[in-house]
Structure formats: structure tokens, C-alpha cells
Design a protein around this ligand. Structure first.
Ligand SMILES: Nc1nc2c(c(=O)[nH]1)N[C@H]1C(S)=C(S)[C@@H](COP(=O)(O)OP(=O)(O)OC[C@H]3O[C@@H](n4cnc5c(=O)[nH]c(N)nc54)[C@H](O)[C@@H]3O)O[C@H]1N2
Ligand SMILES: Nc1nc2c(c(=O)[nH]1)N[C@H]1C(S)=C(S)[C@@H](COP(=O)(O)OP(=O)(O)OC[C@H]3O[C@@H](n4cnc5c(=O)[nH]c(N)nc54)[C@H](O)[C@@H]3O)O[C@H]1N2
Ligand code: SF4
Ligand SMILES: [Mo]
Length: 700
């Protein structure tokens, strides 16, 4: 029987029709963004069900061997281990590591399990690595952690400024809208050090020097101020703090900034004029400007441009943060962040605490306070003994977190590591328990997509009969820990209903939504406070969600990236995605149609390669003061000559060996996008291999 459910990959969340007797997934006609089309990853998503690393039963690692257990035994024993750790070291020694891959219901229960079931303050999630910079900037400047409008507004835009996003590969179903916009005359500007499939659609490609986007944003602002292209009426009616921006912009005139960012002043001025004049201009951005130590500040400086020119609140205008993970949007408002309760509530706000405590049947004092360790910092806390046990739900930090040697070492120090994942990941290799939980075909509930629209997720028959939905596994853990009456759910819909109450009156308000209506295909967007309404697609047409209804300019001086080029490390290394693989690569490496592209490559300009005696397809060693990795050189003349590119997709050539973990930004975002390195060719290696019987032989 055919089932309709969203794609397991990116945050667009295209609807798929899954019929297990057919060879591929089909699109759903009239689906809001894809409009009856899906990309190649969506089409082959069914292959995830036959993934060779699929976990078939709860697994326990004893003396290095994996042993299958029944669910009852596994849940009983694993919770006994947690209780023992709680008794010996206290509840705050247990860490919960959540994810933007989970349904809203699973994400909500992940927070509830930590704060109520375990009673730990220590929780964070992989979305820290994804949306932390953008989320903070939007909340501070507009009031809500959400794009200001829906994707379809692209259809009405005259100018699209796209920075640090290769959405042609990462959000493929947005691309046709941009292509159509261009055909009808809209101007497309792409800022990316690389020529990407996205930049090929652009009228202007600004191949910026890596890590210098905050200077570009200020130079654009400086131009619109100097040339009087700002919207003075909008600024005085709807914003605050502009005077300081005006003053500071004088220091960043395009002529001063140009040599630093490697874009000529006239191009900067042209782009600034286009954006300001619109008439309808939109700013879209991805991780390329956000995953830096000053990522929040860079996003803010671009949002300053958006507000100064009044390009927000009207159809076809606004700012769109291109959320990454399937439920990156819902995952970040369900209470998985170390400082946040459901609805985007603050864990330190007395009213927010009282609201959630009442719903959970405890006194507000019983709720833990803000946690100490973000998703990256936790690995140091494990090594220093502050954290003794961890539950990882839907993430693969052994690959995706910065400084992988540190992460692997930390994982091996845990007394108990419980991983909830459909797949036997690199992280799960260090686990004591693996619970086959959630994932495509098994998950059920809702997700909230890139435009804050809530979509039903449906399960369908899967080959692994022992797999369980996350909500079931998490509530079983909760029942065995404490406040067991708060973890008695007979269906996932009960949890959605609890989310409605938990978020009532909060920023991300789901209270007005009806589960039945969502199931029937009606579209709901948060904030949706009133039953009988469908929430808000386009925000800020009347006022901003801040005090006095005003947007705020933030004045952050631009800053260079943390790692600078030197004679020892003369090359920029930047990281990102390719169309066929997904994040840590674990899911797509098991899908034959997607695994055709090796994750072992580093892309390099042929002239740079020649200078370094590196040949096409030759092996290289890439080094910085944190570590090294080996990769296969791939000639690519679309790169800047001073920059190489390594994908983030996997164990083969993982840039996270070289990425800093100790130099986090104010929002605890690692500088994932960039470091500086030296590169040397290595001759084809002679490898000594043991054949399993103690006999050594040589391979080349
Ligand atoms: N195929 C595929 N799609 C995905 C994913 C995937 O893994 N594979 N992952 C999903 C997730 S979780 C996310 S977060 C999104 C990410 O979506 P994107 O942010 O679009 O993806 P990235 O490739 O990480 O980064 C975008 C671009 O930033 C550029 N960049 C690097 N350094 C700089 C810089 O200093 N300045 C500027 N302006 N640009 C820079 C890179 O060259 C790259 O082209 O994709 C989602 N969709
Ligand atoms: N150098 C560098 N590092 C990066 C980035 C970068 O651009 N450069 N990008 C960062 C970003 S933006 C992100 S989002 C992270 C991603 O990092 P991760 O989240 O660690 O990567 P994924 O491969 O998406 O891992 C998700 C895991 O969840 C499992 N899963 C999927 N669905 C479910 C479910 O419903 N339930 C459960 N229990 N499990 C499920 C999958 O099988 C998979 O093992 O990586 C970050 N790391
Ligand atoms: S665009 Fe994203 S959600 Fe849509 S089919 Fe492709 S990967 Fe899936
Ligand atoms: Mo992401």
C-alpha cells in the first residue's frame, strides 16, 4: 500500500509517495515547494531501508562483541546503568545529545527525558553545528527564529542575494524557482569562494576570499548609506539603533574593503545598488557565512542591509535562512538546546519555567537550569570526567563534530554510551548499547520544514521488524527512570497535543494547530496561537516580533577568520556538501545510486596543484597544527587558486580532523567552514596488510 511521507533528507521536506513494490519514490502532485517534482536523493530514498549498516535488534557490546537483546532486557539494563551513574556522580553527569533529524515529538521527548526523566541540565543537539548563528541573529534582530517568509516568495522577487549557500546541491527543489525568476528578469547574486552549481545560475558571482563575508556586508551597507539608497521612512518607523550603523559604515567603504575580500569596489557598489533598488529584494543564506567564529555577526551585518533598505515585510522580500536538516526548524524549538524549553522558551525565564513545570507536574525549582556544555564542548567534559554517560539520538558526532581525534577519544571514555539510530554509525562503534530507533519508514509524527510548515511523517513497513519509533524508545527510557507517569503515551498524537500546550503563548506557538487537519493535508505555519487558524506564512508585514514592534540593527565590527594563512599553512581549506552525499555520509554511503561519488576527494585548482607537484587523482597529505588527513586530489578550475575544498561527508577524508574545537563563537558554533593548511603530494603508498592469519603482504 502506498504511503505519503516527507523525504528523509534536506529541510525542504518534499512529499514522497512510497510504494514498496515500486523501485523508486514518487513525488506528490501539488506539494508546496517541489510542485510535483523531487530531486535524485528523494527518488532513491527507499534504498535506506536496505542499508547494509541497518541495526536489526537492540545491541549490547560485551567484551568487544555485539550481542542482540530483547527490547525489555535492553531498556531495563541500560537504564540500570544510567541509574548507577546517577547515584555515583549525580544526574548532571549524564548528557543527552539530540538532533534536527528527529520528528517534533521525538525532539520534544528528548528534552523532557533529559530535564524530567533524568533530571540533568546537560543537553544539546547537532543543530548547534547547523543553525546556531542564524537563529541568534534572527531572534535578536526580528524577534523570531524563522525565515521571514516562505520559499514561494522567490516567485515575486526582483533581486536574490545568496550568500554561503549552494542550494543547487543542498536544497535542490528551490533551484527551479530561482531559474524561473532569472528567466523573467530577476537578478541573481551569489557569494561563494567556489564556482558552484548555484553560482552558475547567477548574474554576479562574487568569489570572495574565505571568511571575509562580514566585511562584504559592511561594504554593501556603507554603499547604500553613502549613496542614499536606504529607506529612511522604514528605518525611523520600524527599526532601532541605526545611528551607530551609520557611523561605523564609514570605516568600510568598498574601496577600503575590496583588497581584503578580493572583490572589486565597483562590483560591491553594483550589488548594493541592485539590492537596495529591488524593488523586491531577498537575502538567502547557508552555512558558508554562518559556520565561522563570527557567523552570528556576519548574518547580522547582512540583516542590517535588509532592514536599512526596507527589504522585508512585503511579498517577494525578506531574509531566508536555509535550514539544513529534515527537522532542523522543529528540532531547534522543541527544547533540545542547552538553554531552551519547548516553544523556544528560555530555561532561565521564570514564566517559561513555570509554564513547562506545570505541564510536567513538577515545581519550577525542580527543572534544571541552563546546561554547561554545548554539542562541541561536551567532548572535553567527558575527557575531564564531568560527563560519564551519554545518550545520542540521531547524530553521528564521531564524524561531524570538530577535532575528531578528541571526539573519538572522549567517546571511548564514557562508562555508558547509548545510541538511538537506525544505522550502525561510527559513533555507535563506541557505544555500549545501540537501539534501532526512528529513521525513514519507522518514524512517525510531525516535522516542521524550512518554512516553519508542519508536515505529517508516516511510518510504513520496513524489513527490520525490531525497529521502533524514537518516541516509543524515549518514553520507555523515561518510564524506567523517574516521573514515569509523565512518559505514558499510547500514541504519537498524544505527544503532539502536549507540544501544543507546551508551546502555548511561546515564540514558536503550535497551540492553534490541529493534528487531524495536518493529517488531512492542511498547511499550518507557526506562530499559530489560535485554534481554527493556520498561522503565519509571511511575517512582519505589520510589525516585528520585538519590543515596540521594531527590528534592531546590531553593530558588530567585521572580523577575519580564526586561522590565517602563513608561510607554514599557506592555503585556505573550505568545507561543504556535494549533491549526492548527506552530512556525515553514513546514510548515503549505503545507497548505491548515491554512493558513486567517493568522499575521499579534495578539490584543488590545477595551477595550484602544478605548483605543488600534485597530479590529478594523486594522493595528498593535508596538514595543519591540529592534525592531518589524506585525500585524493581532484583538479577543479572553478576554485580560487588559494583555496581547496574538502567535503564533510565521511570518514575517508574528514576535514574535521583539522577543524578547531576550542575556539567557539558566542553561539558555540565551531569554525567548520575554514582552516588553513599545507598540502604535499604523497607517492602511492606501500601498505603492509595482515591477512588475518598473521601473514603480512605488500599492496600498492
Ligand atoms: N546534498 C546534500 N544536501 C544537504 C545536505 C547534505 O549533506 N548533502 N545537508 C543538509 C544540511 S544539514 C545543511 S546545514 C544544508 C547546508 O547547505 P549549504 O550551506 O548550502 O551547504 P554547504 O556546502 O555546507 O555550504 C555552502 C557553501 O558555502 C561555501 N563557503 C565556504 N566558505 C565560505 C565563505 O567563507 N564565504 C561564503 N560566502 N561561502 C563559503 C562553500 O563553498 C559552499 O558552496 O544542506 C542540507 N542539504
Ligand atoms: N567540517 C564540517 N563539519 C560539519 C559541517 C560542515 O559543513 N563542515 N556541517 C555541520 C552540520 S550543518 C550538521 S547539520 C552536522 C550533521 O552532523 P550529523 O547529524 O552527525 O550527521 P548525519 O549524518 O545527518 O547524522 C544523523 C544520524 O541520525 C540518524 N537518523 C536519521 N533519522 C533518524 C531518526 O528519525 N531517529 C534517529 N534516532 N536517528 C535518525 C542517521 O542514521 C544518522 O546516523 O554536521 C556538522 N559538521
Ligand atoms: S530537495 Fe531535499 S527534501 Fe526534496 S527530495 Fe531532494 S533531498 Fe529530499
Ligand atoms: Mo546542517
Amino acid at each position: 500500500m502506498a504511503v505519503q511521507t516527507p523525504c528523509p533528507f534536506c529541510a525542504i521536506q518534499c512529499g514522497l509517495t512510497i510504494d514498496l513494490s515500486a523501485s523508486a519514490a514518487r513525488p506528490i502532485p501539488n506539494d508546496p515547494i517541489g510542485a510535483g517534482h523531487i530531486c535524485r536523493k528523494g527518488r532513491v530514498s527507499q534504498e535506506l531501508l536496505d542499508h547494509p549498516l541497518r541495526v536489526k535488534a537492540p545491541l549490547h557490546r560485551i567484551n568487544g562483541q555485539w550481542q542482540a537483546e530483547s527490547w525489555d532486557t535492553a531498556l531495563d539494563q541500560a537504564t540500570e546503568e544510567l541509574k548507577s551513574i546517577q547515584q555515583r556522580y549525580g544526574s548532571n553527569s549524564i548528557y543527552v545529545y539530540g538532533s534536527g533529524a528527529l520528528t517534533n515529538e521525538a525532539a520534544y521527548l528528548t528534552g523532557k527525558l533529559a530535564r524530567l526523566g533524568i533530571g540533568t541540565q546537560e543537553i544539546d543537539y547537532n543543530g548547534r553545528f547547523c543553525m546556531a548563528s542564524a537563529a541568534r541573529a534572527y531572534v535578536q534582530q526580528f524577534g523570531l527564529d524563522r525565515p521571514t517568509t516562505v520559499i514561494d516568495d522567490i516567485n515575486f522577487s526582483d533581486v536574490l542575494l545568496i550568500a554561503g549557500s549552494n542550494l543547487a546541491d543542498a536544497h535542490p527543489m528551490i533551484l527551479p524557482k530561482i531559474q524561473r525568476a532569472r528567466k523573467r528578469g530577476a537578478k541573481i547574486i551569489v557569494v561563494d569562494p567556489r564556482k558552484t552549481p548555484m553560482s552558475r545560475v547567477a548574474d554576479w558571482h562574487l568569489a570572495i576570499r574565505p571568511g571575509t563575508d562580514s566585511y562584504l556586508a559592511w561594504a554593501l551597507l556603507s554603499t547604500v548609506i553613502e549613496e542614499d539608497l536606504i529607506n529612511q521612512q522604514f528605518i525611523s518607523e520600524w527599526t532601532e539603533n541605526f545611528t551607530q550603523v551609520e557611523e561605523m559604515s564609514l570605516s568600510y567603504r568598498p574601496e577600503l574593503v575590496a583588497p581584503l575580500i578580493d572583490i572589486d569596489a565597483e562590483t560591491i557598489r553594483t550589488v548594493a545598488r541592485l539590492f537596495a533598488r529591488g524593488p523586491r529584494s531577498m537575502f538567502l543564506h547557508g552555512r558558508g557565512i554562518e559556520q565561522y567564529h563570527n557567523g552570528r555577526q556576519t548574518v547580522s551585518s547582512f540583516l542590517n542591509l535588509v532592514i536599512a533598505t526596507g527589504q522585508v515585510g512585503r511579498i517577494g522580500t525578506g531574509a531566508i535562512m536555509l535550514t539544513g536538516q529534515a527537522n532542523g526548524q522543529g528540532g531547534r524549538e522543541m527544547g533540545q538546546k542547552l538553554d531552551q524549553l519547548p516553544g523556544g522558551r528560555s530555561i532561565e525565564d521564570p514564566h517559561d519555567r513555570a509554564h513547562v513545570a506545570a505541564l510536567w507536574g513538577v515545581e519550577p525549582e525542580k527543572l534544571p537550569h541552563k546546561g554547561n556544555y554545548s554539542a562541541s564542548e561536551v567532548f572535553d567534559a567527558i575527557t575531564d570526567g564531568s560527563i560519564r554517560a551519554m545518550i545520542v539520538i540521531g547524530a553521528n558526532p564521531a564524524i561531524s563534530a570538530p577535532n575528531t581525534a578528541r571526539v573519538r577519544h572522549a567517546l571511548s571514555q564514557l562508562e555508558t554510551l547509548i545510541v538511538l539510530d537506525p544505522l550502525h554509525t561510527e559513533t555507535a562503534q563506541s557505544a555500549h548499547w545501540i537501539f534501532p530507533s526512528g529513521g525513514f519508514g519507522v518514524s512517525e509524527g510531525t516535522i516542521t520544514n524550512i518554512e516553519a510548515r508542519v508536515i505529517p511523517v508516516r511510518s510504513f513497513e520496513v524489513p527490520s521488524e525490531h525497529a521502533k519509533p524514537d518516541w516509543w524508545v524515549i518514553s520507555q527510557l523515561g518510564q524506567r527512570l523517574s516521573h514515569s507517569d509523565q512518559f505514558q503515551y499510547s500514541s504519537v498524537n498524544e505527544i503532539f497535543n502536549e507540544i501544543r500546550w507546551a508551546t502555548r503563548g511561546a515564540a514558536a506557538d503550535y497551540f492553534g494547530m490541529s493534528r487531524q487537519a495536518i493529517e488531512a493535508g492542511e498547511k499550518f505555519y507557526w506562530p499559530c496561537p489560535l485554534p481554527g487558524t493556520h498561522g503565519t506564512q509571511r511575517l512582519y508585514s505589520q510589525k516585528f516580533s520585538r519590543p515596540r514592534g521594531r527590528a534592531q540593527f546590531l553593530v558588530d565590527p567585521p572580523r577575519a577568520p580564526l586561522d590565517t594563512v602563513s608561510s607554514q599553512h599557506p592555503w585556505h581549506l573550505i568545507t561543504g556538501r556535494t549533491w549526492s552525499h548527506y552530512n556525515s555520509g553514513i546514510q548515503t554511503q549505503g545507497i548505491e545510486a548515491l554512493n558513486k561519488h567517493s568522499t575521499q576527494f579534495m578539490n584543488i585548482h590545477p595551477l595550484t596543484a602544478q605548483h605543488l607537484n600534485i597530479c590529478d587523482n594523486g594522493p595528498v597529505r593535508i596538514t595543519n597544527h591540529r592534525g592531518q588527513l589524506e585525500a585524493i586530489a581532484h583538479f577543479d578550475s572553478s576554485l580560487r587558486k588559494d583555496t581547496i575544498f574538502v567535503s564533510m561527508h565521511g570518514a575517508d577524508a574528514n576535514p574535521n580532523h583539522l577543524i578547531a574545537s576550542d575556539l567557539l563563537s558566542e553561539v558555540k558554533m565551531p569554525e567548520f567552514k575554514h582552516t588553513t593548511v599545507s598540502i604535499v603530494p604523497i607517492s602511492p603508498q606501500i601498505v603492509l596488510e595482515e591477512d588475518g592469519h598473521g601473514i603480512l603482504s605488500y599492496h600498492d
